[in-house]
Design a protein around this ligand. Sequence first.
Ligand code: 13P
Length: 251
Amino acid sequence: MRRPMVAGNWKMHGTRASVAELIEGLVNLALPGSVDVAVFPTSLHIGLVAECLEGTSIVVGAQNAAHETGQGALTGEVSPGQVVDMGCKFVLVGHSERRQIMGETNSVLNHKFAAAQASGLTPILCVGETLEEREAGKTLEVVGRQLDSIIEELGIDAFVNAVIAYEPVWAIGTGLTASPQQAQDVHAEIRAQLAKENAEVAQGVRLLYGGSVKAANAAELFGMPDIDGGLIGGASLNADEFGAIIRAAGN
Ligand code: 13P
């Protein structure tokens, strides 16, 4: 049985005041014990959030970490080891905003994924197609290539300690959610692709759906057999809405 997981990606949102308010809302939520919950603040706010959530069941992750494990001369970056030192357990790798806007390639992401694991973090690998790719019937080809890149470079065992998030780019921040069946179809293909290499790894890995998940559509999405939870953007900035999504994953 895979344990459900709900992760909140705060993206480039938050001030000291708004982050403190959001944390206060989160710690006051009555959360089901059956769901793993993680939040991903900006790098600036990781320390504050980790401190405030210490002793709660909510863990902290980073939205990004460098492709090298050690410290060194790399202006503007944080290393995965530093992220661990600040209290993080997870790191996002390959979010579409970083692939598209920051130009991160599969090759760079392979290094980031490996460096994260070598530092003791669990990477959440984000994959997904653009609207153009979906309309051209290329969804599975695109997602398949993003996964294959890790498998070819690091081997299937890299997914023993990892999470995968399917986030169709056209559904991110647009209010357009993939239908539960559309999401399930891609999730099933992802699992099948992993199963070709190792059935046990494929069965064990958690596959989250991301893209305009809200309290109103979470239960239906999470009810699908290969959807093990969600990676939530906008709706994770509201503690009550996020709490309702987490409860939907626990049912
Ligand atoms: P939204 O939930 O705002 O669509 O964002 C999804 C996402 O990109 C999470 O990483």
